[in-house]
Design a protein around this ligand. Structure first.
Ligand code: CP3
Length: 343
């Protein structure tokens, strides 16, 4: 059975691209909200394989996407490192801000695989419930993005604390980067071994890193993660998503052995199609807010993405996660438009 997501990610272009959406399992779906309400604690929800698989499959049942992304969260890694991660309604994630890498117990690193084993269980259960034509994506946050939450203790606008750590003259930041990189490798490895068909590394806040530190903070750790996974025999294709780095994408593709690159909606996809190396599959990059408007403006934006990437392997997606306000009929419209069917 062909799998158009995996074929495209490994370099075979298609006339009709595969499609999935970041945050496709989420609050815009009433059936997601119903399951969510049955588990008031978000972390317990992520660590409940039956419920996680149920919500992972909801968007595939409804929209027929070509890939599922396992329901989990990037902040499970700091949770597994005992950083007291909790999600407060209306505030998003809260963590106890770290003030020194020595606050992380090195023994916790050895426990990552065990503490996060429910996510591996979700993956193997989900894979059993999917036909072979659908791919299952496992994921983790990239070290920098995880570190911003660990240092700021919450979502941030300018990441001032984390950026000050980068500029610090002692090796505190590099020590922390090293620890989180190792934890990330463990998390991705258990997902790959449990049966994920592809892996994605979300560096949602890469755009906040000063350009001349990108190699040290963004692409270097991504490269180390991928090289280490390969050396451990993990061969699934990997998508990098260094959001917000603009023309830094060229160096990121050169510096890391990624198979695919997620493009945010700030990137001109025609520029990306021209300048990013041909062996890297492009993924993206419709503005998620265009889905709220829907209609002709959205249709035109989809058309220009499809036109810009024609001739090279491309996975249709948004430039960032789908928002809770998105009307479901607009998601159907999007899928139909991408697949060339009139709605
Ligand atoms: O469908 C999917 O994409 C799979 C699941 C997924 C979630 N989080 C579930 C989730 C994925 C891939 C993520 C990644 C994630 N989590 C990122 C990277 C991608 C991005 O969006 O930049 C980040 C930065 C996080 C951290 C995080 N998790 C935040 C900031 C929040 C709160 C945001 C909000 O909208 O409240 C979460 C919670 C979260 N993770 C939700 C979901 C569906 C919403 C929580 C809820 O249902 O109450």
């Amino acid at each position: 059975m062909t799998n158009i997501f995996l074929d495209t990610l490994t370099g075979t272009g298609r006339k009709i691209p595969p499609i999935w959406l970041m945050r496709q399992a989420g609050r815009y779906l009433p059936e997601y909200r119903a399951v969510r309400a049955s588990e008031p604690d978000f972390i317990s929800f992520c660590l409940n394989p039956e419920k996680a698989v149920e919500v992972t499959l909801q968007p595939l049942d409804k929209f027929g996407f070509d890939a599922a992304i396992i329901f989990s969260d990037i902040l499970l890694v700091p949770w597994a490192m005992d950083r007291n991660v909790r999600f407060v309604t209306g505030q998003g994630p809260l963590l106890d801000p770290l003030s020194d890498p020595s606050e992380i117990n090195e023994d916790d690193l050895g426990l990552i695989a065990k503490r996060l084993s429910p996510v591996a269980e979700s993956i193997s259960l989900c894979r059993k419930n999917l036909t072979r034509d659908k791919a299952l994506i496992g994921f983790a946050g990239a070290p920098w993005t995880i570190i911003t939450y660990m240092l700021e203790g919450r979502s941030s606008r300018d990441f001032a604390t984390a950026r000050k750590w980068i500029w610090d003259n002692d090796d505190k930041f590099d020590r922390l980067l090293d620890i989180v990189t190792m934890a990330t490798i463990e998390f991705l490895e258990i997902q790959a071994r449990a049966g994920a068909d592809a892996l994605m590394l979300f560096d949602s806040w890469a755009g906040a890193v000063p350009a001349h530190f990108r190699r040290r903070v963004v692409s270097g750790p991504a490269r180390r993660i991928i090289d280490t996974l390969r050396s451990r025999g993990i061969m699934q294709p990997i998508i990098g998503f260094p959001k917000g780095i603009g023309d830094g994408l060229i160096a990121y593709c050169d510096d890391t052995p990624v198979d695919g690159i997620g493009l945010d909606h700030g990137v001109d996809i025609a520029w990306a199609a021209e300048h990013l190396p041909g062996h890297v599959t492009l993924q993206g990059n419709l503005d998620p807010l265009s889905l709220i408007a829907g209609g002709q403006a959205m249709d035109r934006a989809i058309g220009s993405i499809l036109e810009a990437v024609s001739g090279r392997p491309h996975i249709f997606n948004l430039g960032h996660g789908i928002t809770p306000e998105t009307p479901e009929p607009h998601v159907h419209e999007l899928v139909n438009r991408v697949r060339g069917q009139m709605s």
